[in-house]
Design a protein around this ligand. Structure first.
Ligand SMILES: NC(=O)c1ccc[n+]([C@@H]2O[C@H](COP(=O)([O-])OP(=O)(O)OC[C@H]3O[C@@H](n4cnc5c(N)ncnc54)[C@H](O)[C@@H]3O)[C@@H](O)[C@H]2O)c1
Length: 332
C-alpha cells in the first residue's frame, strides 16, 4: 500500500503496461479503473486491485489523489480538463493533444492549478539505454556530437491495432500518423541529447490503406546546434529486422543503442566496441511512475515539464508539412 491513490482513466492497451510498471511504484496504489467499456475496466481492476467504474466522477467518489489519462488522442483535452478541474494531480499520455492549440488550452488549465502536478507521460524520458547514452555523451565519451540516427520499425499488433476500425487509423481520433503517435518515443531521445530542432525535411508514405495518417516517415532533423539527425519511423506491412534504435556519432567515437537494449561505445579501443550497459525499454514505464509519485509526495521537479512535450508535437506537424511542401519546414 502506498500514499498516493491513483485512478486509471482508459483501461486499454497502454493501461496494462502501466499497471505492470506501477507495481514498482512503491508509494502508489491504484484505487479506481475507469473505462466506458466495462469489460476493460473490470480487467484492469482485477490486475491492479482498483475498483472498476465508468466515469471520472465515480473515481472521485471512490477516492483518488491523481488520475492517469490513457485514452485515444481526441479525448485527451476533455478528460484531462475534467481531471484538472476536479483538483487532482494528472498524468496524461502522449501526445498531449492532436493540435498545438489544444495543447496550449490544456497547459492553460493546468496553470490554473499550480499546486497540482501535471505530467505528460513520455516514457522515453526514462528509457534506461537513452539515459545511459545521454550521460556518456555529456561526459565527452564520443567527443563533440557530429550527427545521429534514430530508427523505429514495428508492425501492426492486435494489442494496439485491434481491428480495422481502430482509432489509430482515423485522422479524426489519432490526429495524425506515426510521426505524432509512436514516433514521439524516438523523437524525445534525440531532443534530450541534441537539443531543440530547428527544421525538418521529410518524405512520408501510407503503407496501410486503412490508415488515414502516414505509416512511414523518412526525415532529416536540423537541430539548433547545427547537428543533423535522421529520424525514421515505419509501421511495416511485413516482418521487420532488428536495426539499432539510435546511433550517435561524435568527433572521437560512436554510441549505438541496439534494438535488444545494448549500449555499445566505439571509442577506438576495440573495433567491436565495448558494451557499456544494457537496458530494457519496458523499464522506462517504471520511471514514469517513480517520477510522478516523487513529484507529488516529495515535491521533486519532474524530469521534464509537460510543455517540453510540445516539441514532439511540433516536430510531427513539421514532418507532415514538409512531406506536402517537399521543402525544409521550421518546427516552430
Ligand atoms: N507510452 C507508450 O508507449 C504508449 C503506447 C501506446 C499508447 N500510448 C498512448 O496511450 C493512449 C491510449 O492508447 P491505447 O493504445 O491504450 O488505446 P486503447 O484503445 O487500447 O485504450 C483506450 C481505452 O480508453 C477507453 N475510453 C475511451 N473513451 C473513454 C472515456 N471517455 N472514459 C474512459 N475510458 C475511455 C477505451 O474504451 C479503451 O479501453 C494514447 O494517448 C496513446 O498514444 C502510449
Amino acid at each position: 500500500m502506498g500514499n498516493l491513490r491513483l485512478g486509471l482513466v482508459g483501461c486499454g492497451a497502454i493501461a496494462q503496461w502501466h499497471a505492470t510498471a506501477l507495481q514498482h511504484a512503491q508509494r502508489t496504489t491504484v484505487t479506481a479503473c475507469v473505462d466506458v467499456v466495462s469489460a476493460n475496466a473490470d480487467k484492469l481492476a482485477e490486475i491492479t486491485g482498483g475498483t472498476a467504474c465508468s466515469t471520472i466522477a465515480k473515481a472521485l467518489e471512490i477516492g483518488v489523489d491523481a488520475l492517469a489519462i490513457l485514452v485515444p488522442h481526441h479525448l485527451h483535452e476533455d478528460l484531462v480538463t475534467q481531471a484538472l478541474e476536479a483538483g487532482v494531480h494528472v498524468a496524461l499520455e502522449k501526445p498531449m493533444a492532436p493540435t498545438l492549440e489544444a495543447c496550449e488550452r490544456i497547459l492553460a488549465t493546468a496553470a490554473r492549478h499550480p499546486d497540482r502536478v501535471f505530467m505528460l507521460t513520455e516514457n522515453a524520458q526514462y528509457w534506461p539505454e537513452v539515459v545511459m547514452a545521454q550521460k556518456l555523451i555529456a561526459e565527452g565519451a564520443i567527443g563533440k556530437l557530429v550527427t545521429a540516427r534514430s530508427w523505429h520499425n514495428f508492425g501492426i499488433t492486435p494489442e494496439f491495432y485491434p481491428s480495422d476500425e481502430s482509432w489509430r487509423f482515423q485522422q479524426s481520433a489519432a490526429g495524425g500518423g506515426v510521426a505524432l503517435d509512436t514516433g514521439s518515443h524516438w523523437m524525445r531521445p534525440l531532443r534530450m541529447i541534441l537539443g531543440e530542432i530547428d527544421e525538418v525535411v521529410a518524405v512520408t508514405g501510407r503503407l496501410w490503406e486503412k490508415m488515414e495518417g502516414e505509416s512511414m516517415v523518412r526525415s532529416l532533423c536540423l537541430f539548433k546546434s547545427g547537428v543533423v539527425a535522421s529520424f525514421d519511423v515505419i509501421l511495416a506491412t511485413g516482418a521487420v529486422g532488428l536495426q539499432p534504435h539510435f546511433q550517435f556519432t561524435g568527433t572521437t567515437g560512436e554510441i549505438v543503442i541496439s534494438a535488444l537494449g545494448e549500449v555499445r561505445l566505439f571509442d577506438g579501443k576495440d573495433w567491436q566496441g565495448t558494451v557499456v550497459g544494457r537496458g530494457n525499454y519496458m523499464d522506462s514505464y517504471k520511471g514514469v511512475w517513480q517520477d510522478f509519485e516523487a513529484a507529488i509526495l516529495d515535491g521533486t521537479p519532474l524530469a521534464a515539464d509537460a510543455r517540453y512535450s510540445l516539441g514532439e508535437v511540433a516536430a510531427a506537424n513539421a514532418i507532415v508539412r514538409s512531406a506536402q511542401s517537399k521543402k525544409w519546414e521550421k518546427v516552430w
